[in-house]
Design a protein around this ligand. Structure first.
Ligand SMILES: Cc1ncc(COP(=O)(O)O)c(C=O)c1O
Length: 377
C-alpha cells in the first residue's frame, strides 16, 4: 500500500491480516471462557517459544513492564548484577537501581562481548540476582544465555533474561539454560501488536519471590489468576491485544517453532551476505560466545553519510529501517528481520538499502541484493 511504510524495524513489525482483523470485533468479558481460552492458547504456544515447562504470565504493558516485573518481584531489596553491552542492558540496570539494595553494572562497550569474569567476581561478592539481555537489539549482538545460566547456577544466583527480541525468532531454551525469569514483548518476533509482555518464572524463582512486590506488577497475583478455570488476569487486561496475540500465536503454531527459527536464521544470513557484499562493516564484535543477532542486523553507516540522509533514502522508497540509538546515532543502521516477514520484504529492503549505500557515494564491492537472493532462493 502506497501510504503504508514497510516496517523492517526491530519492532514493531508488520502485522499479519488475521492478527489485525481480530482486533476489530465487539468487546468480550475478560472474566469468561472466551477470554480464558485465548489466554490458554497464548500460554501453550509461548511455552514452546520460551523453552520452558512453566506457564508464561501475560501482562498488559510493553516489554519494559515485563522487565520491571522481573526485577521488582525477584530483585527488590537484593544485590543485583547487570550485564550490559547495549541500551537494553542499561535499561535493566536503571530498573535495578530503583529496586535493588545494590545494583552493580558490569559494562562492556555496546556491541562487544559481556565481561563474564567480572560477573563471577560480582557473584563471589554476594550478588544474588543477575540480569542479561539475550538479543541486545541496540547493537545487534546475541549474548551467551547458556553460559551465563551456568555461572548463575554455580553461585546459586537467580538469572533474569530479557528475551524481548529473541523469543519467537531465535532458539531459546530457558529451562535447559538455567534461566529463572524470561521476558518477551508482543511487537517483536511474535508479530503481534505492541502492548503486551509475557514473563516465565521457574519454581526456584517462585521460592525466592520477594514479600513486597509492586501492586500492578504483582507476579504471584498473575500466577494465582492464571491458575483459575477459565484463566484470568488480576486486573482488566488489554483484551483486543490478547485476542491479537492469540491469533499471532496460532500462526506461529501453524508454521512450527523449528521452521520459524530456521526462517529467521535464513533471513539473518542473507542480510549479512548483503552487508558483506557492500563492503560495509558489521557493528558488533563477536567471539566464540557472542554471535550476530538473528533477528536484527546492525551495520555501520558508510563514512561521509549520516542517519537522516541514509535512512531518508530508504524511507522515500516506502521502507523504514532503524538507526542507531543514543551515541550510535549517525554511526549505525539496523535492519529488523523478525516476525512474519520473509524473502519478499527482505529483498525489497535490501534493494532500497543498497540504493542508499550507493547514493552516499560508497563503492559497493558487489550487489548485496544478488548475494542475498542467491542465499534465500
Ligand atoms: C531487547 C529489548 N528489551 C526491551 C525492550 C523494551 O521493550 P518495549 O519497548 O516493548 O517496552 C526492547 C525494545 O526495543 C528490546 O529490544
Amino acid at each position: 500500500m502506497e501510504d503504508e511504510l514497510l516496517l523492517m524495524l526491530p519492532g514493531p513489525v508488520p502485522l499479519p491480516e488475521r492478527v489485525r482483523a481480530v482486533m476489530a470485533r465487539q468487546a468480550i468479558n475478560h472474566r469468561g471462557a472466551e477470554f480464558g481460552n485465548a489466554y490458554a492458547d497464548i500460554v501453550r504456544v509461548l511455552k514452546g517459544l520460551f523453552g520452558t515447562k512453566n506457564n508464561p504470565l501475560v501482562i498488559s504493558g510493553s516489554g519494559t513492564a515485563g522487565m520491571e516485573a522481573a526485577v521488582a518481584n525477584f530483585g527488590k531489596g537484593r544485590k543485583m548484577a547487570h550485564l550490559i553491552n547495549g541500551k537494553f542492558g542499561e535499561r535493566m540496570y536503571t530498573i535495578g537501581q530503583r529496586y535493588a539494595s545494590e545494583a552493580r553494572p558490569i559494562e562492556s562497550d555496546w556491541g562487544t562481548p559481556l565481561n563474564l569474569e567480572s560477573l563471577k567476581s560480582a557473584l563471589e561478592d554476594g550478588c544474588e540476582v543477575v540480569t542479561m539481555v539475550h538479543n541486545e537489539t541496540s547493537a545487534g549482538i546475541l549474548n551467551p544465555a547458556g553460559e551465563v545460566g551456568k555461572i548463575c547456577r554455580k553461585y546459586d544466583a537467580l538469572f533474569i533474561m530479557d528475551g524481548v527480541t529473541s523469543i519467537g525468532g531465535d532458539q531459546v531454551l530457558a529451562d535447559d539454560w538455567g534461566v529463572d525469569v524470561a521476558v518477551v514483548g508482543s511487537q517483536k518476533c511474535l508479530a503481534a501488536p505492541a502492548g503486551l509482555a509475557a514473563v516465565s518464572v521457574s519454581d526456584r524463582a517462585w521460592d525466592r519471590a520477594v514479600k513486597n512486590p509492586p501492586y500492578y506488577l504483582d507476579l504471584p497475583a498473575y500466577k494465582k489468576n492464571a491458575a483459575k478455570d477459565p484463566m484470568e488476569t488480576p486486573y482488566t487486561p488489554a483484551v483486543p491485544l490478547f485476542l491479537a496475540l492469540r491469533e499471532a500465536c496460532l500462526i506461529i503454531e501453524e508454521e512450527g517453532v523449528d521452521k520459524r527459527i530456521a526462517r529467521h536464521h535464513r533471513m539473518a544470513g542473507a542480510v549479512r551476505k548483503a552487508v558483506h557484499a557492500w563492503g560495509i562493516d558489521m557493528f558488533p564484535k563477536t567471539d566464540s560466545l557472542h554471535q550476530y543477532s538473528n533477528t536484527v542486523t546492525a551495520a555501520c553507516i558508510p563514512a561521509g553519510s549520516n542517519d537522516k540522509d541514509f535512512r531518508g533514502v530508504v524511507k522515500k522508497l516506502g521502507i523504514q529501517i532503524a538507526g542507531g540509538q543514543d551515541h550510535l546515532k549517525d554511526k549505525i543502521f539496523r535492519i529488523g528481520h523478525m516476525g512474519a516477514v520473509s524473502a519478499p520484504e527482505l529483498l525489497a529492503t535490501l534493494a532500497a538499502t543498497e540504493y542508499a549505500v550507493r547514493k552516499t557515494g560508497h563503492q559497493v564491492l558487489e550487489s548485496g541484493v544478488m548475494a542475498a537472493a542467491e542465499d534465500l532462493g
